[in-house]
Design a protein around this ligand. Structure first.
Ligand SMILES: [Zn+2]
Ligand SMILES: [Zn+2]
Length: 210
């Protein structure tokens, strides 16, 4: 697997291009504002075929560039958990005025707990991890020991639970769930640098009470 990341938008959100190099199939994971075009250029340069846009949740900073993906890759499925689709249909910011407009759209399909997704020969397991938002998911690739954590877990921190659509109790359960993954699991978050489950279990102050 090859991972490209591009960070941007008003709150420095990470967008990812995940590539199965054996087949040339790829997926975009989250679409932060003004971050997707460079990732699509990488894909075009290598002739990767983007089969999916996978959205960890529906907050504006993770969906803003969705149309950039579908304009360039109309065949790519746009997948999100059903409980966060309303924010894709009616994109809004819960805590700040946005200097741009996010187009409305419906998902082409849904991410559900336990679902297995193929990106070429890479298999991702969908983990339903509500709390930061009601329909938040993380994507776990067991063969590569990699977790795309969205806004569930960050290096040294966790996703906000003070937003109108957050639920701190659900968040605690979702964090406890991913902390059961192996120590060496490579965690790629929606904000900030990569980390591992082991490093966060040992040092993240937000996880002490779990
Ligand atoms: Zn968020
Ligand atoms: Zn975010």
């Amino acid at each position: 697997m090859k991972i490209h990341v591009n960070t941007g938008g008003p709150v420095a959100t990470n967008g990812y291009l995940i590539v199965d190099e054996t087949t040339g199939m790829a997926a975009v994971v989250d679409a932060p504002y003004s971050t997707v075009a460079p990732l699509l250029n990488i894909a075009a340069h290598h002739n990767y075929q983007i089969t999916q846009l996978l959205l960890t949740h529906g907050h504006w900073d993770h969906i803003a560039d969705h149309q950039v993906v579908t304009d360039s890759c109309p065949q790519a499925a746009v997948l999100i958990h059903r409980l966060d689709e309303p924010k894709l249909i009616r994109p809004i910011s819960l805590f700040m005025a946005l200097p741009f407009v996010i187009p409305s759209r419906k998902a082409t399909g849904y991410l559900e707990d336990g679902q297995k997704l193929q990106v070429g020969k890479l298999e991702f397991h969908v983990l339903f991890t509500p709390g930061h938002s009601p329909g938040h998911v993380a994507l776990y690739c067991p063969a590569e020991g990699m977790l795309l954590a969205g806004d569930l877990l960050f290096a040294g921190s966790i996703g906000r639970t003070d937003l109108p659509d957050s639920n701190p109790r659900d968040m605690a359960a979702s964090l406890a769930r991913v902390l059961k993954l192996p120590d060496e699991t490579d965690v790629r978050s929606g904000h900030g640098p990569p980390t591992t489950i082991g490093a966060e279990r040992r040092t993240n102050p937000w996880l002490e009470h779990l």
